[in-house]
Ligand binder design. Structure first.
Ligand code: SF4
Length: 352
């Protein structure tokens, strides 16, 4: 059944128009350092993902030594390619180096940015395909990967095809740089092939992406870790969705709402927040728009509000909702709570 939708849910962060340029590198190495030296910059800011924090200071020292430039290390954790350092955080830097993320094509960058995707070739495709085959996965499979493991994909696909499987991949929308890439807020590469496949294989590590993918597509999602050589059985999608539907049902009568808006350029859906506020008012609710940079659960305690709707990173509601003292909904779930969208089929909150 096709999901009923609402034009309000298509409101995206403002498009990248003009703005400083960016360059992309697979890894930290001579090519990147040469580009930085040639860039004529005064100062660099360096942003390191949570998984590399242990090496952050060695990396900053390496960038200083290789480029001869001052380097400001951005201390806060970075969760995605949408939350690169702002001009204020970069403390006078005129260029950023962002490690571990690909650019998001429709996000406007505040300064010249060097994305270092930290691509890995780790993993033996024949062995991985053998693991998939031995687990008896269906014949028609969709495959998506996190940015770090995209380079393994062509060889893995050939190896899977050699087991008699038909593999589907697709380009995503304007928020995804590469075909078959998965972002926690955008699985359009999977949605495009979902009608033609019986299951998905997510190639990568951790639970973050497979969990989002399980929300986004109504197909079993198997997680294939190329480094450990492990295949995890599908997440129970029905249970995930039932839990969210319970949260929605619990706030159908909530009167006072907070609508959360992020200041990060790649997460800012201020336009959607205003449209949601108008909907809330039309349905007899109050709704206050609350603007934040990095959201902490304590920011929302003690407020005279019954529930929240989050227009920033969708994963705040879906993964961390239990950290907040009041129910936290995604925008589609809010429309379900207002009775403007049905509970079924469940609609994943996605950024376009
Ligand atoms: S909005 Fe969330 S899932 Fe999307 S890129 Fe940003 S941090 Fe990742």
């Amino acid at each position: 059944m096709a999901a009923r939708t609402d034009p309000l849910l298509e409101i995206a962060p403002p498009d990248a128009v003009g703005g400083p340029g960016h360059q992309v590198f697979p890894e930290v190495g001579p090519e990147l350092f040469e580009a930085l030296r040639r860039g004529g910059h005064r100062k660099l800011s360096l942003q390191v993902p949570a998984g590399l924090l242990r090496n952050a200071h060695d990396l900053a020292a390496q960038f200083r030594a290789e480029t001869g430039l001052p380097v400001a290390l951005v201390a806060r954790a970075c969760f995605g390619a949408c939350d690169f350092p702002s001009a204020e955080e970069a403390s006078g830097a005129d260029a950023s180096v962002v490690l571990g993320h690909a650019p998001i094509p429709n996000v406007r960058l505040p300064m010249a940015t060097y994305f270092v995707e930290m691509r890995s070739l780790g993993g033996d495709p024949e062995r991985l395909a053998g693991i998939v085959d031995a687990a008896g996965l269906p014949r028609r499979l969709g495959v998506v990967a996190s940015i770090q493991h995209l380079d393994l994909l062509p060889r893995l696909i050939r190896a899977l095809e050699a087991t008699g499987r038909e593999i589907r991949t697709a380009p995503g929308d304007r928020r995804l740089q590469y075909a078959a890439q998965a972002l926690g807020c955008n699985y359009t590469t999977a949605e495009a092939v979902a009608p033609d496949v019986e299951a998905f294989v997510f190639l990568g590590t951790g639970r973050f992406h497979p969990l989002g993918l399980a929300f986004a597509v109504d197909r079993p999602v198997w997680s294939l870790d190329p480094l450990q050589g492990t295949l995890e059985a599908p997440i129970d999608r029905a249970r995930l969705i039932a839990r969210r539907q319970l949260v929605v049902a619990g706030v159908r009568d909530a009167l006072h709402w907070g609508i959360l808006v992020s200041t990060f350029a790649g997460q800012n859906r201020g336009g959607m927040a205003a449209a949601l506020q108008a909907r809330a008012h039309a349905r007899g609710r109050t709704a206050e728009i609350l603007v934040f940079g990095r959201l902490d659960p304590s920011d929302l305690t003690g407020r005279a509000l019954d529930a929240y709707v989050n227009t920033a990173c969708p994963r705040i509601a879906l993964d961390d909702g239990e950290l907040y003292s009041r129910p936290m909904l995604t925008p589609p779930e809010f429309l379900m709570a207002l009775g403007e969208l049905p509970l079924e089929p469940y609609r994943f909150d996605t950024f376009h």
